[in-house]
Design a protein around this ligand. Structure first.
Ligand SMILES: *[C@@H]1O[C@H](CO)[C@@H](O)[C@H](O)[C@H]1NC(C)=O
Ligand SMILES: *[C@@H]1O[C@H](CO)[C@@H](O)[C@H](O)[C@H]1NC(C)=O
Ligand SMILES: *[C@@H]1O[C@H](CO)[C@@H](O)[C@H](O)[C@H]1NC(C)=O
Ligand SMILES: *[C@@H]1O[C@H](CO)[C@@H](O)[C@H](O)[C@H]1NC(C)=O
Ligand SMILES: *[C@@H]1O[C@H](CO)[C@@H](O)[C@H](O)[C@H]1NC(C)=O
Ligand SMILES: *[C@@H]1O[C@H](CO)[C@@H](O)[C@H](O)[C@H]1NC(C)=O
Ligand SMILES: *[C@@H]1O[C@H](CO)[C@@H](O)[C@H](O)[C@H]1NC(C)=O
Length: 553
């Protein structure tokens, strides 16, 4: 056999980098290919986007984001620090599906580092806390991102939401999260992509926090099926501050999750206290036998600087030219704690069993009836048949949509008409025919109702220059909705306008997806970081993702 020396060197080089082990879930535990339990030792990895302070942005949510997996040089700069820190997983909160992620994903894969990728984007790219819906634009965004990451071997999980439910009165948003998990999971299965579906929950009082965990993992049909369950439950937990103890900080929470049927981890941890260096003493507790019966590790918040009222969450500082980083005492302390943590490798297997769902009560308001799978084709049929269509003058329309919906529905209400068709009520499990469509189609629908209620007077379709009469429309809006839309649950497919160069293929292990341009993904900011943390401990007020904030009358 003749092998040239270059080829031999290549073969050797290739052999020296071991492929990252596939992680699988059995019941509530994670295992690597060798059969050892897998524990997440992670860090949040995303620079903070721009935060525009305003009255309806009480949580200080960023309205932009920087994709942390888009710059190969930045990832190469950071990878040795991440390895030094001893992490095996990073969590990223928003990615841009139009850019190429090959360099970063390979850099991290070669270093044995997995990624947990949140599918949400700022503003209109996430499930709205105050007016939740599970709609075609979100599903399409999620699928597009999944396709872009499909060829990488180090995606551990996709999160379908972060801190959407934040209080008793927002538990009605839970059906939309569960529907998002259902459809995302069905899509992954249809592509033979064996990646977990997760959700990252804000911490809160057990009277709604614990039922939420049950709800996202239960089978409402009572058949013990996991089709409607998340695989990975994340808790953003900041209960351990300073020098606490297991008993003081974690014992209660640990007991509350003792019956969970899927894998769980702390999707964020690391309380900051003004002026104090973090010792990360909670790491020893988190990887102790007390905790590992329930939890599979966690992610420290955060690698990059993240300011909060209580202090700085970051562990490194990036130089102005982006070429180098310097580490803080927090970094060194976490490195030491992660280095010392050696959780027991037991049990050696787990088994699946999915509980029945609770019914509603005073602190758990979510219906077990989920919204249907959003349907692009049906929504497009509707849009094309509406008499008055939203035609924004600007590409940056996401804030205008909320304002106009508010205005149109308020005005319709005064005229005795209703916006019920676009409404989705997760408390009663009632989902209007148009509720699964993109907010822009909802707006066209409402504009059409208004126009029709005003005798098809062209003036009534103007909305200050945002609406255009559609002369092709042959029926009333409500009739178009009944004829176009018939709600059902099904396995979704990739959106028709998905950028072709960046995916769609389910196979391959080479990280071959190339960047594409012309994507429609330009949502603005999202639920980026831990809102409670960034807003200060305990200040868990209701938040609005300050775009689609509108109310029905
Ligand atoms: C939930 O309750 C909070 C505090 O009482 C209130 O500010 C908020 O508006 C309520 N949210 C909803 C969606 O009703
Ligand atoms: C509602 O049910 C959940 C789950 O059983 C329970 O945790 C919660 O405490 C209950 N709330 C009330 C007010 O009974
Ligand atoms: C969000 O709104 C922008 C326009 O501001 C739009 O281009 C984008 O497609 C929207 N994203 C989603 C998921 O609806
Ligand atoms: C989009 O519109 C919002 C609200 O009008 C504004 O704050 C933001 O700066 C605009 N973004 C761009 C990229 O024009
Ligand atoms: C569209 O609606 C927005 C929000 O109400 C308004 O500010 C704007 O002037 C309207 N017209 C155009 C052409 O954008
Ligand atoms: C709606 O438009 C489509 C074409 O987009 C057409 O095939 C369909 O018959 C129309 N339906 C109604 C109710 O007008
Ligand atoms: C995503 O990347 C494309 C291409 O660089 C860019 O045009 C677009 O603005 C980015 N979107 C966001 C939301 O950053």
């Amino acid at each position: 056999m003749r092998v040239t020396s270059a080829a031999a060197a290549l073969a050797l080089g290739a052999a020296s980098v071991q492929a990252i082990s596939k992680i699988t879930r059995q019941g509530r535990y994670l295992f690597d290919e060798s059969g050892s339990r897998f524990f997440i030792k992670g860090v949040a990895y995303q620079e903070q986007g721009t935060v525009v302070q305003s009255a309806d942005n009480s949580f200080g949510e960023p309205s932009t984001f920087i994709d942390p997996l888009s710059s190969g040089s930045a990832c190469k700069r950071d990878v040795s620090y991440l390895q030094d820190l001893g992490v095996n997983t990073i969590r990223v909160y928003s990615v841009n599906s139009s850019v190429n992620h090959d360099d970063c994903m390979k850099t991290f894969s070669d270093a044995g580092i997995y990624t947990i990728i949140d599918l949400s984007l700022p503003l209109n790219g996430s499930i709205d806390r105050t007016s939740p819906s599970w709609s075609s634009n979100l599903l399409d965004q999620y699928i597009t991102t999944i396709d872009v990451f499909a060829s990488y071997d180090n995606v551990l999980a996709y999160n379908v939401g972060n801190e959407v439910v934040i209080a008793v009165n927002s538990t009605v948003a839970a059906p939309f999260i569960k529907a998002a998990a259902r459809d995302t999971k069905a899509y992954l299965n249809s592509k033979d992509l064996d990646v977990m579906v997760g959700y990252a929950a804000i911490d809160g009082t057990p009277n709604w926090r614990d039922p939420l965990a049950n709800y996202l993992t239960c089978d409402p049909n009572g058949e013990g099926s996991g089709d409607l369950s998340i695989d990975l439950y994340g808790l953003n937990n900041y209960e351990w501050c300073g020098d606490s103890t297991y008993e003081e900080a974690y014992a209660g929470t640990n007991a509350d999750y003792a019956g969970l049927s899927v894998a769980a981890y702390f999707s964020e941890f690391g309380c900051v206290q003004s002026g104090q260096t973090r010792t990360w003493s909670e790491v020893a507790a988190l990887y102790s036998d007390d905790m590992t019966a329930v939890w599979s590790g966690g992610l420290a918040f955060s690698y990059f600087p993240a300011e909060s009222a209580d202090g700085q969450f970051g562990m490194v500082t990036v130089s102005d030219d982006g070429s180098s980083v310097s580490t803080s005492d927090d970094f060194d302390n976490l490195k030491e704690q992660y280095g010392n943590a050696s959780p027991s490798n037991s049990p050696s297997s787990g088994s699946d069993s999915y509980m029945n769902c609770f019914s509603t009560n005073d602190t758990w308001l979510a219906s077990n009836t989920l919204p249907p799978t959003p349907n692009d084709e049906q929504c497009e049929c509707l849009e094309s048949n509406l008499s008055c269509q939203f035609t924004p003058a600007t590409a940056n329309y996401s804030t205008i949509v909320g304002e106009l919906l508010n205005y149109a529905c308020a005005t319709l209400g005064e005229q005795g008409a209703s916006c019920d068709a676009i409404a989705a009520d997760g408390g009663s499990g009632t989902y209007g025919l148009v509720s699964g469509c993109d907010a822009t189609i909802k707006l066209s629908y409402v504009m059409s109702l208004f126009y029709e209620a005003n005798d098809n007077n062209a003036q009534a379709c103007s909305f200050n220059g945002n609406g255009t009469v559609n002369s092709q429309a042959s029926s009333a809006a409500s009739a178009a909705a009944s004829s176009c839309v018939s709600p059902s649950t099904f396995t979704p497919t990739a959106p028709a306008n998905e950028p072709t160069s960046s995916g769609g293929s389910s196979s391959g292990g080479g990280g071959s997806s190339s960047g594409s341009s012309g994507s429609d993904e330009n949502g603005a900011a999202n639920i980026w970081a831990d809102n409670r943390a960034l807003a200060g401990m305990g200040a868990a007020f209701v938040v609005s993702v300050f775009s689609a904030v509108w109310t029905l009358v």
